[in-house]
Design a protein around this ligand. Sequence first.
Ligand SMILES: *Cc1c(COP(=O)(O)O)cnc(C)c1O
Length: 219
Amino acid sequence: MSEDTQTQMISEARASILSEIGDQVTLVAASKRQPDERIEAALQAGQRVYGENRVQEAQSRWETRRAAHSDLELRLIGPLQTNKAEDAVQLFDVIETLDREKLLKALIKAVEKTGASAPDLLIQVNTGDEPQKGGVSVDGLEALLKAARETYPGNVTGLMCIPPAEEPAGPHFALLKKLADQHELSTVSMGMSSDYALAAWLGATHVRVGTALFGARDY
Ligand SMILES: *Cc1c(COP(=O)(O)O)cnc(C)c1O
């Protein structure tokens, strides 16, 4: 595919997604495992908010591009290990996957040690109670949120979820929105390629879209 065709496809896909979600919802481009030329195409199309799953991959993708685009917003949407906290607070504007007190403590320490401005935090909620999945349980949300509000030097702005793949997503989205309202959190990150329109309808402020924007991932 020529570079021009690629740029045009991504630009058209982006326009179509934006028209579906409306202007109250932010499109987070989930750029994991996408080749460089597609990232460049998305940047050219005007996309400025990106979600990354892994700290290291994000560093290599964004450290130089960030210098060229001062208006980028980078969001960590994948699980974070405590030993990557220092790198994460220095790179990301928002960390969407806080899910345990140990990680909260590591983030606080990382902000202190690096002097980075504290990224906004979202708490990931495991709305489907899946044992393998990241996220705090619905029951554990209140305690974690309280600890984060009391101790984190930045803002805790919202909630994020990834519904179980084999279930209808609607009830999970509705639950996440309800929890956010209950706790007076303004940001609700939910919805991916297959269900972003539904998520936007049910109150998402941010949808995280990969393949529907960029095409199938590299590997
Ligand atoms: C990969 C990923 C997405 C995007 O998935 P698509 O199905 O490609 O849109 C969204 N959120 C998270 C947390 C992801 O890991």
